[in-house]
Design a binder for this molecule. Structure first.
Ligand SMILES: [Mn+2]
Length: 307
């Protein structure tokens, strides 16, 4: 199994070999952006748009260095074989590193998988992959890299940072769902506001809000307790989803106790896919969606899996 091979290689890898892997992954994503396609999906700047065709989506939320849970999910879902058959796409919602000592392992595994199956893995950007003016703390990824590689770890870190800008912001399946890390920007009205958010940063707040926002129960919006982003109410979710003919938002970002949390009358699904300290969630959750079976909001519950 390729996952085990990659993990074994990681034990022996040196900084320069790691940097080469990152460079190759960046090159693949640059090419995708140049071609404006990945598989049969269309790429518009930082947004990937898929038609609603018969496909399975494995959607994984925040990992934060928890390599064990990540590997468990990938093996449980037989990802390697399913991707080889062309029936499965795996989408990550961001927050790969920080707060877990195996953050370097997570990057090494995911980037190698991207090299092996370029069409099978899509990495979105989380607030822990932010720009210099919007970095989340604690940002201990560089420390874990230095621990493994010594001072050369800093070169690896610099290369990983250059990868952040090639990560996509969002994935949409027409008529079905939008996936992104944090939330819907309170002033966003159409998908172009998502696609071009990075380009408009910092003039507009869309980029910050996609990465940092959280849902709240009351209508309207307010400044987030996190120090960046906003809290957005059910009226904002409804308006954006309705206007763009989407059923629901799938996002990560919050360490919810059961690993998942559904709010805004079923329209917002939070998944958190890691376990263990420093978080207190009892379970990790992820989604395995068969797109043909997602016809109404009620169905989304059927696709949640926990471990
Ligand atoms: Mn986050």
């Amino acid at each position: 199994m390729i996952i085990d091979e990659i993990l074994k290689l990681f034990e022996e890898t040196n900084a320069q070999q790691f940097i080469t892997i990152i460079e190759k992954a960046i090159k693949i994503m640059h090419q995708e952006r140049k071609d404006q396609t990945i598989r049969e999906f269309k790429i518009v700047e930082d947004l990937i748009i898929a038609d609603s065709i018969d496909l399975n989506y494995l959607i994984i939320g925040d990992i934060h260095g928890d390599i064990e849970t990540l590997v468990n999910i990938l093996k449980l879902e037989n990802v390697e074989e399913e991707i080889r058959k062309g029936h499965l796409i795996t989408i990550f919602l961001g927050d790969y590193g920080d707060r877990g000592e195996h953050s370097p392992d997570v990057y090494y595994l995911l980037l190698n998988l991207k090299l092996e199956f370029p069409d099978g893995f899509i990495m979105l950007r989380g607030n822990h992959e932010g720009t210099d003016d919007l970095l989340a703390y604690p940002h201990d990824l560089p420390l874990f890299l230095i621990e493994k590689f010594g001072q050369e770890g800093f070169q690896v870190y610099k290369k990983i940072k250059s990868l952040f800008d090639t990560l996509y912001l969002s994935f949409v399946v027409k008529g079905k769902f939008i996936a992104l890390h944090g939330g819907i920007p309170v002033e966003a009205s159409n998908l172009d506001d998502i696609a071009y958010a990075r380009k408009l940063h910092p003039k507009r707040k869309f980029f910050e809000e996609i990465l940092w926002n959280d849902p709240m129960d009351e209508n309207g919006f307010e400044r987030s307790y996190r120090g960046a982003g906003m809290l957005f109410g059910p009226d904002i979710s409804y308006k954006f989803l309705h206007r763009n003919n989407l059923k629901c938002l799938i996002r990560g970002h919050e360490a919810v106790r059961q690993g998942y949390y559904i709010t805004h009358a079923g329209r917002v699904v939070t998944i958190f896919s890691r376990k263990g300290p420093p978080y207190f969630n009892e379970k990790a959750a992820y989604l395995k969606i068969n797109i043909n079976e997602l016809e109404n909001l009620e169905h989304i519950k059927n696709f949640i899996r926990t471990l």
